[in-house]
Design a protein around this ligand. Structure first.
Ligand code: FHN
Length: 448
């Protein structure tokens, strides 16, 4: 018996034993009948309080960085293999050029932490099929196929533990443009990709997901992506693996009807949030997830901060992406924006972390609102020219102050339309200044 067959036989036996001792999964490996609402709330608590995380798309696509054979390839950078229809063997040669000697896991986590992010989700394998971790299931991985040889996931896991940052792994379970049988959006373009998808799932995806859920300590999130051609059987086989990490949170992209724990709107903020569901908007800072050397369409710090506020005011999380370079560093424009967000969060983080959605049904004309019990946080984007902030609630107000100067009480008066807060002449922060309003009782919204 070859080493591979002995290994997969052992895994199959272990999977069988695991399935015998745990109840059959009804949805993404977690049987809802064995988890009460209270248990679910306890499992989701840290994530709901976090509100802000970092997405990292890193792979050997950062070597071409959007250019193939001298031509700039349109679309997102991590899709270059598919968009340029690069033959499997040619693309695989990029691994030999991938040597990110400037990679410093500690630095990455420090940047995330300073930006106010509470968790990181990194691509362990994207659709190109290249594993960014040491894998026994396929030699097409960073330890066996690159001069770098190190395991960045191991280093990142250690840095996250050190800095108390929650860590999650993204894994492309269905699309795999390298291993035979893996799915490809738009179909295969190289006969080397042809094969049986069920076999690909059981020989590559399942063992690799076992690896990422077994070899890196606590994994807080498993982020599936693009369920192309997934069948219920594949969903069940992969979904069962979440039992390897008690308490793990999964998203809604496993496929074949699995709902997971979160909805994942991509590149947009649902106008009214998503009622009755936990949700997370994932978004790029420019127009690509994986690094592209010439994509300079950066969103401003103002847009990113206001997006974070908007999302929190609708009860969601913001997963903001960075595509590191082939040297292993974050693009400077991203670092600058993350620093600006961190500066804002240092003053105003209380108005984001552990908050719940705005009690107001309609958009407030001057900005957004988040809530923590009897405290409303009024995020003022447009500072009122007459110095009066009109808040459509009828409650009595105990106290009002700016988070930027919490000791200076603001005068509040009741008017026919609600509460009027007297503000200083100019905004402390032109992006968003936050007024904390401590009210009596449950918010009673006036006619808006
Ligand atoms: O195809 C991927 C894409 O490359 C990227 O990873 C995003 C992130 O959410 N997910 C897929 C598109 O929905």
């Amino acid at each position: 018996m070859s080493e591979w067959h002995a290994y997969s036989w052992l895994l199959a036996v272990l999977a069988g034993v695991a399935l015998l001792i745990s109840p059959a999964p009804a949805d993404s490996g977690r049987n809802p009948t064995v988890e009460t609402q209270q248990e679910r709330d306890a499992r989701m608590k840290w994530w709901r309080e976090a509100r802000f995380g970092m997405f990292i798309h890193w792979g050997i696509y950062s070597v071409p960085a959007g250019t193939w054979q001298g031509k700039q390839i349109g679309g997102i950078g991590e899709w270059i293999m598919n968009h340029a229809k690069i033959p499997v063997a040619d693309y695989a040669k990029l691994a030999g050029q991938f040597n990110p000697v400037k990679f410093d896991a500690d630095e990455w986590v420090r940047i995330a932490k300073d930006a106010g992010m509470k968790y990181i989700v990194i691509t362990s394998k994207h659709h190109d099929g290249f594993a960014m971790f040491c894998s026994k299931a396929s030699s097409y991985n960073i330890c066996d196929a690159t001069p770098f040889k190190r395991d960045p996931l191991k280093e990142l896991a250690a840095a996250c533990r050190k800095h108390r940052m929650s860590l999650g792994f993204y894994y492309s379970q269905a699309q795999d443009w390298h291993h035979p049988g893996g799915a490809a959006h738009g179909g295969h373009w190289d006969p080397a990709q042809d094969g049986d998808m069920a076999e690909y799932v059981s020989k590559i995806a399942v063992p690799q997901v076992k690896e990422i859920l077994s070899n890196y300590g606590k994994v807080s999130i498993l982020w599936w992506d693009t369920p192309t051609d997934m069948t219920p059987e594949m969903m069940t086989e992969l979904g069962a693996l979440v039992s390897l990490q008690p308490g793990i949170i999964t998203n809604d992209r496993l496929g074949a009807g699995a709902q997971g724990d979160l909805s994942t709107p991509e590149q947009h903020i649902p106008p009214e949030g998503i009622s009755g569901r936990d949700w997370e908007t994932c978004m790029t800072v420019n127009d690509t997830w994986g690094y592209k050397s010439y994509d300079n369409n950066w969103k401003s710090a103002e847009t990113l901060i206001r997006n974070l506020i908007d999302i929190a005011s609708k009860g969601g999380n913001y997963l903001l992406n960075v595509g590191p370079t082939a040297e292993g560093v974050f693009p400077q424009p991203i670092v600058e924006r993350f620093v600006a967000i961190g500066k804002w969060m240092k003053v105003n983080g209380d108005a984001i972390y552990a908050t719940t959605a705005s009690p107001f049904h309609k958009q407030l004309p001057w900005g957004r609102c988040t809530r923590k019990g009897s405290k409303l946080f009024l995020h003022v984007f447009d500072w009122p020219a007459d110095g009066t902030l009109r808040v459509p609630i009828t409650n009595d107000v105990r106290k009002a102050y700016l988070l930027s100067s919490p000791k200076a009480a603001l005068r509040c008066t009741k008017s026919g339309d609600g509460v009027e807060v007297s503000l200083p002449a100019s905004a402390p922060d032109p992006i968003a200044s936050v007024v904390a309003l401590e009210i009596e009782g449950e918010p009673v919204v006036a006619q808006q």
